[in-house]
Design a protein around this ligand. Sequence first.
Ligand SMILES: NC(=O)c1ccc[n+]([C@@H]2O[C@H](COP(=O)([O-])OP(=O)(O)OC[C@H]3O[C@@H](n4cnc5c(N)ncnc54)[C@H](OP(=O)(O)O)[C@@H]3O)[C@@H](O)[C@H]2O)c1
Length: 307
Amino acid sequence: MKAIQYNAFGSSEVISLVEVPAPEVKNESDVLIQVKAASVNPLDMKIRMGYMQKMRPVQLPFTPGLDASGLVVAVGTGVTQCKVGDEVIVATMGNAYAEYVVANENFVSLKPKNISFEEATSLAVNIGTAQTILFTEGKLDKGHKVLIQGAAGSVGATMLQLAKNKGLYVIATASGKGVELVKSLGADEVIDYKTQDVSTLVKDVDLVADCAGGETQAKLFEVVKAGGKLLSIAGMPSAELAEKYNVDARFISSDLSAKSLEYGLTLVSEGKLKPFVAKTFSLEEAAQAQDFVSAGGVNGKVVILIN
Ligand SMILES: NC(=O)c1ccc[n+]([C@@H]2O[C@H](COP(=O)([O-])OP(=O)(O)OC[C@H]3O[C@@H](n4cnc5c(N)ncnc54)[C@H](OP(=O)(O)O)[C@@H]3O)[C@@H](O)[C@H]2O)c1
């Protein structure tokens, strides 16, 4: 089969298209999927640059790709949640930029029928991450107040929709054309982070969901109520500031299991949560696809179309 691989860490120049044997079902919980589309996530580039080798090491040669959509073509003897011929969404944490991928059935969800493979592949990382931050770790419910930093980004726009469907009060930060996007998704308040200072405009939120990281994270402590939470998917929060402001501040790794995706995918099938695909590329163009995401300013997911 065709797959993307690299043998060294570095810029997108390390990426090449290769012929490798297709993976096979080896364990009773394995599902073999013919990949229709795979998504490009910022973590793909952090792994490719070698930045994740301490925290989440990968072995070379490595095939990138954290999530995909496709058709089930074989299943292990113990698989009960899907069958050959099903259209599915899968979180793989590697190996998805390829014509076939194998995953444990706990990470395979049925694709909502009302969306394309292209749209479906944009969902696993986004929904799993949003669910983990808002509900599994954040423990938010109707009426709670959340500030989403980076709400027009790929994860942020999904998190905003999940939050509004649950009846949360959402303050969204965005910039440029992202400001109109987050308004259209129902944000109760919008802050243009390039021209406004969030720390003077917002106070006492139950949770800050930080999807951007960087130096601006420090200011976010000032907007959380005492005893509230600052959960980040994009950088380790300062323990010193957490103590100073009496905030439960943590870096969160998302739960991308099928169970974690259940609520979000139900909303998708009911037409209440919209996937956003910013641009598509072919497998041969995987390096350009990654560079496009790295350049920034993208609203929505960049998707690689495969079979
Ligand atoms: N821990 C986990 O399990 C996990 C899971 C998924 C993703 N992530 C990480 O989460 C981050 C977001 O992922 P993504 O796919 O949503 O990326 P993305 O689509 O690039 O979104 C990032 C967003 O952050 C915004 N942003 C950048 N600087 C900002 C600032 N100073 N203040 C406010 N917003 C700012 C950007 O807005 P502009 O375009 O307007 O600059 C953009 O909308 C990445 O670092 C990714 O690796 C972690």
